[in-house]
Design a protein around this ligand. Structure first.
Ligand code: F6R
Length: 418
């Protein structure tokens, strides 16, 4: 049932190209870029009259919502609020029947998300769901559902459901932009075409490597149950530089993450940094690491570091920096340049930087210890690519620490209590 993979999580990480393809399939014309969403009882007129979108979700799905805010605001010029579903009804939200509620949930059964949906409906809003389970509670109460066709997700840590949610949010943002006439037909076609290229780009970085499958060479030494050892007994991190960047043979993404896991699995803390739409991905990278490896990790907006958290940085702190860019998008380039300055602040304080960068960026690898490259894509689609190395990094660190990757302690796949 794990199709030869050691864990469901690894299988599901590798299923992401298909999950994204299936979430797009039949919803976008590649001739015109037009989006078609079936079975919504929200009319185009209602979408045009909408004053805002209110997103409510939990955990990983909330991170997707945060990224979705950037997509919808940028493309459809419609304000978006993103709430933790578990908080929504406790802030006495302002009623506006022209606001559309958007619930994002893999299971469709999360009690907090259902409570937020009930509150939205009680205040007179129509609700839409982005959900992975057809017929689940949230979809029965919604005025329409965009199903993420990721297929059943068994690993407790969400992976393919997350990238499918990002895909569905992008499709929705494009739809809203077309209905509200905030995007040109050329832009629509360009973005639809770029979206259709994502699965093969992901396939190229996941490119099944022998080391991914059980029973084949692991590429690195066998996992050690380091989690059991007290912090004081753990070996210190090896000194920088570990590797000669220029001479090291090219590694596959999976091998690269295994290598990084070998170096950093004993760290007590991790920091994940990003700006703009990449900040929610930093949060997601930190959550993946926390939940399956039990290492304390924080996601932070890169520009906020100087307002406090820089004090945490020392030579024992791995800092994963998302520093991707879309060279055709001036705001993305500006953000990238600011992120580079933030990275320099980390390296100046001896922090151990692992950068996620765009292929072709030869500048960044001279600034940091480790660089993981992802293929180029438009700014709003980069998150779908850049989260994958973060999932694999968390996975390999957890495996090395001897953790139960598919069934982390204290967690359940579906949280049906508030
Ligand atoms: C993290 C994770 C959880 C869920 C959250 C919401 O990997 O899986 O944070 O995202 O419990 O669950 P759903 O999406 O089913 O509402």
């Amino acid at each position: 049932e794990k199709a030869g993979y050691k864990h469901f999580m690894l299988k599901e990480i590798n299923e992401q190209p298909r999950a994204i393809r299936d979430t797009t399939l039949g919803r976008i014309s590649l001739d015109t870029g037009r989006v078609f969403l079936d079975n919504l009882s929200i009319t185009d007129e209602e979408f045009r009259a909408a004053t805002q979108i209110t997103i409510a979700a939990c955990g990983t799905s909330w991170h997707a919502g945060l990224a979705g805010k950037f997509m919808i605001e940028r493309l459809a010029r419609l304000p978006v609020d993103v709430d933790y579903a578990s908080e929504y009804r406790y802030r006495d939200p302002i009623a506006d029947p022209r606001a559309i509620g958007l619930l994002i949930t893999q299971s469709g059964e999360t009690a907090d998300t259902l409570a937020a949906q009930a509150e939205l409906i009680a205040k007179g809003s129509k609700t839409l769901a982005i959900c992975n389970v057809v017929g689940s509670a949230v979809t029965r109460r919604a005025s329409g559902t965009i199903t993420t066709n990721a297929g059943p997700e068994i690993g407790v840590a969400s992976t393919k459901a997350f990238t499918a949610q990002l895909t569905a949010l992008f499709v929705l943002a494009l739809h809203l932009a077309q209905v509200r006439d905030t995007i040109s037909p050329e832009q629509s076609l360009h973005l639809a075409t770029e979206l259709s290229h994502l699965p093969s780009k992901l396939e190229s970085i996941l490119a099944l490597h022998s080391s991914t499958k059980v029973g084949m060479s692991e590429g690195v030494a066998a996992p050690t149950p380091a989690a059991a050892a007290p912090a004081s007994a753990r070996t210190p991190l090896p000194p920088f530089p570990f590797i000669e960047r220029r001479t090291r043979p090219r590694l596959s993404l999976d091998e690269h993450c295994q290598h990084l896991a070998k170096l950093f699995h004993n760290a007590n803390n991790f920091l994940f940094l990003g700006r703009g739409i990449h900040y929610p991905i930093a949060l997601e990278g930190a959550l993946k690491l926390k939940e399956i490896s039990y290492i304390h990790a924080e996601g932070y907006p890169a520009g906020e570091m100087k307002h406090g958290p820089n004090a945490l940085i020392d030579e024992s702190l791995p800092v994963v920096c998302i520093a991707t860019k879309d060279p055709n998008d001036p705001s993305s380039v500006l953000k990238y340049e600011k992120t580079l300055s933030n990275i320099q602040e980390v390296t100046a304080r001896s922090g151990r930087v692992i950068a996620i960068a765009t292929q072709g960026d030869d500048e960044i690898c001279n600034l940091v210890e480790h660089t993981i490259y992802i293929p180029p894509a438009p700014e709003l689609l980069l998150p779908i690519l850049e989260v994958v190395p973060l999932q694999l990094l968390a996975y390999h660190i957890a495996v090395r620490r001897g953790c139960d990757v598919d069934q982390p302690r204290n967690l359940a796949k579906s949280v049906t209590v508030e």
